[in-house]
Design a protein around this ligand. Structure first.
Ligand code: 16G
Ligand code: ZN
Length: 500
């Protein structure tokens, strides 16, 4: 097993030992950092039989990359070698064992209770207590809620809890809308597919704190009958390019999907001919970035704004941002840690994966008075969970911008037209023989693969394609885009054959 882009993830049965050892590792990291460490038990958008674990660093950021290999090493030794491996970690990292350690953990279960989560969380707690860690079990939370609570906790607010999160974001949202839209009639509803996951109950609470007179949120797939992430959720909608099963849609109404742990957000609607229209992470990033840029301009504030994308970003979104909007763009490999890190190099960084995971970061040292000058911008940024992509906060941010611009979903999706695209996956004997470079846009090894892809791409107008080994599944992923859906499908298939 290896600590991939999203920690350890796989079939839940037989994974207790990995969770136990991650409890130990979290306790050690806490001693080293002299701060609380977060532990998430979740498999995000994976099917219900999977589970996963990942560690969160003190400010709510992803575990430092140098510790990922320690996690992998610790998870892979035999029981006999465990103590020796722990000693090695303690020595090599110079961990002061006498320090106290704290952990915040959350148990991820869907509404109908994900059975594996309870025993796996227990394994984490057992591992942590082997090093005497004090554990605060926050129970059922979304992933971004735990990131938020951890960052507040380490910032000195040790009493912070879930309610604090709702109060914070509900009042930020109301403050922004009140300024411009006080006494406005209720806007049309937004229907949110919560993937039968933890987001359903949490979004309901947030909506209650804001008030139905301000935002009308209809929760769909709340876990009462359907299965976690089955035929629903952000990943399903994005990859299948279709609505969650059973959802009745009306043209130009607003629909959104979270994934199972509510750190991804995707919007969609129907046009007047009832064609399915997707507004993915790229469209959300474009909406956020242009809104921020316009507000900076209005207040004559000169801050460096950048958008961070991955190879999955639709070619037309990149064209729109660079050529029509003149906004700086950077590209990184897939995985939140890479995007987040890059975003922090800008005064204001907007990062989104096309799959709907993203947020906005801003440099807190960058002129408080300038941020104050753009009052509306400051209020907008208050809605953002800066620690990590947060489906609930991103939903509020989209809704706020649409309100402020007096836009329906129609004006939003028309800012640019996506190139038709297709994602596919290929099973191979060993996906690790594929090595990529240039932010995953080129294959380096095996050396004959990239020339083969280049030759295929040349046959299709506006063609682009790349392949990368998945970090979470035993497959190679293929992405293709072209001028028509037929060509995109064709190109994806040809490239898949080349990989195979
Ligand atoms: C994980 C990543 C996500 C990435 C996805 C790619 C985090 C928190 N999550 O879910 O950002 O898009 O993996 O999966 O980093 P893949 O490697 O299987 O395509
Ligand atoms: Zn997720």
């Amino acid at each position: 097993v290896s600590y991939g882009t999203a920690g350890f993830r796989g079939n839940a049965s037989g994974m207790e030992y990995v969770f136990f050892r991650m409890g130990m590792l979290a306790a050690l990291r806490s001693k080293l950092k002299e701060a609380a460490i977060g532990v998430m038990v979740t498999a995000s958008h994976n099917p219900e039989h999977d589970n996963g674990v990942k560690l969160i660093d003190p400010q709510g950021e992803m575990l430092a990359q140098s510790w990922e290999s320690l996690a992998t090493a610790l998870a892979n030794v035999t029981n006999d070698q465990l103590i020796e491996q722990l000693k090695q970690i303690i020595d090599s990292q110079k961990i002061p064992l006498s320090n106290t350690s704290f952990m915040l953990i959350h148990v991820y279960i869907n509404n109908s209770y994900k059975p594996s989560s309870l025993s796996l969380s227990r394994a984490v707690l057992d591992g942590a207590s082997a090093f005497g860690a004090t554990c605060h079990d926050h129970g059922l939370l979304t992933t971004p809620q735990l990131h938020y609570i951890l960052a507040c906790y380490n910032g000195g607010d040790i009493k912070v809890d879930e309610e604090h999160y709702y109060q914070n974001y509900a009042s930020a949202f109301k403050a922004l809308l009140n300024k411009k839209l006080m006494n406005q009639p209720v806007t049309s509803p937004v229907t949110v597919d919560c993937a039968n996951g933890v987001g359903a109950a949490k979004l309901t609470k947030l909506a209650e704190r804001i008030g139905a007179n301000i935002i009308d949120i209809v929760v769909y797939n709340d876990g009462q009958s359907g299965k976690l992430n089955e035929n629903c959720g952000a990943d399903y909608v994005k990859v299948q390019q279709r609505a969650p099963a059973g959802l009745n849609m009306e043209p130009f109404h607003r629909y959104a999907s979270f994934d199972g742990d509510a750190d991804r957000l995707i919007y969609y609607t129907l046009d007047s001919d009832c064609n399915f229209i997707l507004l993915d992470g790229d469209k959300i990033a474009a909406l956020f970035a242009t809104y921020i840029r316009d507000n900076l301009k209005k207040a004559s504030i000169n801050l460096r704004l950048g958008i961070i994308q991955t190879a999955y970003a639709n070619g037309n979104s990149t064209n729109f941002l660079i050529n029509q909007q003149n906004i700086e763009i950077a590209c990184t490999p897939t995985g939140v840690k890479y995007l987040h890190e890059k975003a922090l190099t800008f005064d204001i960084g907007v990062y989104f994966e096309a799959n709907g995971h993203g947020t906005v970061t801003f440099d807190p040292n960058k002129s408080a008075e300038e941020r104050f000058a753009a009052k509306k911008l400051k209020l907008f940024l208050d809605i953002i969970n800066q620690t990590v992509g947060d489906a609930m906060c991103d939903l509020l941010a989209v809704e706020a911008i649409l309100q402020d611009k007096n836009w329906s979903v129609k004006e939003w999706y028309r800012i640019y037209t996506e190139l038709p695209n297709r994602q596919a996956k290929v099973q191979v004997a060993d996906r690790r023989i594929i090595e990529t470079g240039d932010a995953e846009r080129k294959v380096i090894l095996p050396s004959m693969l990239q020339p083969a892809i280049d030759e295929l791409v040349r046959k299709y107008p506006s063609g682009r394609s790349f392949v990368r080994p998945s970090g979470t599944e035993d497959v190679v992923r293929v992405y293709a885009e072209a001028n028509t859906q037929e060509n995109a499908d064709d190109l994806a298939q040809q490239v898949s054959l080349a990989v195979y």
